[in-house]
Write a protein that binds this ligand. Structure first.
Ligand SMILES: [Zn+2]
Length: 534
């Protein structure tokens, strides 16, 4: 039967559906005859959104006794009633608004047999129960991997019920830890502000706790459990996770449809602001699926070195971009407004910065603030830093051991982080790359610029011309940051000069362009065609 389901709903990849829930599913599921003994409802989504509901299940597991909970911390066998149906309705409502369905993982088993929001040791008491638990977590792990691979980043909502405040929703992120990626990429506003999920929920009339705009800590009982800690970005990665604890009145059978609809409004508003619109693959498909090319400008003027030729060569091999060269004059006279991404190449950071003058540097800042992408390679990374009188201050980075910047050239090894592997689509964790006296970056700790993430660090080093050994290793080699609405990526080494790594530049362009393209999709009316048509 599962096969038949897959064939009928290829786009949805329905794997299993709780037998008892069929009646409540939308009409497009009508033919989804699942195995009656299915213990978890799992759907592969077409959005970078995962819905998880571990505590709404009603079913017994054949041959499994109720848990006794001896020696288990925070033992609780009660279900979060209504969260199973609510989550299904939420998926349907999101599909209506966004045209596609989220990933869903919903427990059909009752919490008295298995608690999927606990670590293994506290979650079940028999081997048979273990398989239900494992099914749930394998589905979440796969969904997380999928979302990161397909969209670069995304969000998981773990949906629960609480009995303390009947109309309110509590936020659980371990006080921001499980949404570390979101906050570091787009700022704290995305967690607590008006445009955050809870800001949007408040606009839908739900009392949000902690209150929107406050820096209050989350309620100790609802501050995020095992699922959001495990699958969110607390320990790295680009999937953020938020636990939603809904009051009793919001989950009653009369309220389910209206709650789901309002939740979907809030999540849709959030998604339009912060989540990727298109799958990454669609954009690199050599323009086959993507009709519009990314409009890339390359600075080619005083301070640009000979490596700009390699850069142009690497860009010629990327069909997804249309490329034009820019002088400092072009930038000062407003030409950036017709572009999506600016690349400042290798050469001299000071040479470029001084030649642009404050006027040109202001133009670049404005361009990024409004959603433009910036890629800095070597000198372009020095230029982006916040460390020199001539720098752009668009990446919150300082430069380590500035005195010995003439430390030599050669191939070094860099270690990619999860974020780096995801953005640059690298299967390899370690890459050998050409280095030519690029900056050794470290966090700049400027309060007014968003912190950067680390995409790669130097594993080996070059220390010639009196540069001390042991300084370069471990410093940041590639860093993505955000500045206003725009994205910044800085490479200290030279992917465009390393045979086989030119594609890193292509993926950096796709990443840097994302907010620009979203802005175009979202606000077509606000775009001034005179100012921004190519
Ligand atoms: Zn719960």
């Amino acid at each position: 039967m599962a096969q038949k389901v897959k064939m009928l709903f290829k786009a949805l990849h329905v794997i299993v559906v709780c037998g008892l829930f069929l009646a409540s599913l939308g009409s497009h599921h009508a033919a989804a005859q699942s195995k009656p003994d299915s213990l978890v409802t799992i759907e592969t989504g077409e959005l970078p959104i995962i819905l998880s509901a571990p505590h709404g299940g009603r079913d017994a597991i054949p041959g499994v006794l109720e848990r006794q909970g001896e020696g288990v911390d925070l033992f609780n066998p009660r279900s979060d009633s209504g969260t199973d149906h609510l989550t299904e309705k939420l998926a349907d409502a999101l599909e209506k608004r966004l045209g596609k369905r989220p990933y869903i993982v919903i427990a059909c088993f009752h919490r008295k047999y298995v608690d999927a929001n606990r670590p293994k040791g506290d979650a079940y008491e028999s081997e048979k129960a273990k398989s239900a638990y494992d099914t749930y977590h394998q589905a979440l792990a796969k969904a997380r991997r999928d979302v990161i691979r397909r969209w670069g980043h995304g969000i998981l909502f773990d949906i629960h019920g609480q009995g303390a405040k009947p109309k309110a929703i509590f936020r659980g992120t371990q006080n921001g830890k499980t949404a570390t990626h979101l906050v570091s990429r787009f700022g704290r506003e995305t967690l607590c502000g008006e445009t955050s999920v809870f800001g949007q929920l408040a606009k839908q009339g739900f009392p949000a706790i902690p209150a929107v705009g406050s820096t209050d800590r989350e309620h100790l009982d609802y501050d995020g459990g095992y699922i959001v800690i495990t699958y969110g970005s607390a320990s790295g990665g680009t999937l953020d996770a938020i636990q939603l604890e809904l009051g009793r009145e919001l989950r009653s059978s009369e309220a389910t449809t209206s709650t789901a609809s309002k939740l979907a409004n809030a999540i849709t508003a959030f998604a339009n602001e912060y989540l990727p619109k298109a799958e990454q693959g669609a954009e690199v498909n050599n323009g086959k699926q993507r009709t519009e090319k990314v409009r890339v400008g390359v600075y080619r003027d005083a301070g640009a070195g000979p490596s700009v030729k390699d850069l142009m060569g690497a860009l010629r091999r990327f069909d997804g971009a249309s490329v034009r060269e820019l002088t400092a004059d072009d930038i000062r006279s407003g030409r950036l407004s017709s572009l999506d991404v600016l690349i400042q190449p290798g050469g001299s950071g000071g040479g470029q910065g001084r030649h642009l003058r404050e006027e040109g540097r202001q133009e670049i800042r404005k361009f990024i603030r409004e959603g433009g992408g910036y890629i800095g390679i070597c000198a372009g990374a020095y230029l982006a830093s916040a460390d020199y009188p001539w720098s752009l201050n668009v990446l919150d980075a300082k430069v380590i051991d500035r005195k010995h910047w003439v430390r030599g050239k050669g191939t070094v090894d860099i270690a990619l982080t999860d974020v780096g592997q995801s953005i640059l689509r690298s299967k390899e964790q370690q890459l050998a790359i050409f280095y030519a006296q690029g900056p050794l970056l470290a966090p700049g700790n400027h309060a007014d610029i968003a912190d950067y993430e680390t995409m790669a660090t130097f594993k080996t080093e070059i220390a010639k011309n009196g540069a001390p050994e042991g300084i370069m290793k471990g410093t940041t080699a590639i860093a993505p940051g955000s500045y206003g609405r725009g994205r910044v990526i800085c490479f200290s080494p030279h992917p465009e000069m390393t045979k086989g790594l030119e594609t890193l530049v292509h993926y950096a362009i796709i990443h840097a362009n994302q907010n620009r393209s979203q802005k175009q999709v979202l606000q077509p009316v606000e775009r001034n065609p005179d100012a921004s048509n190519p």
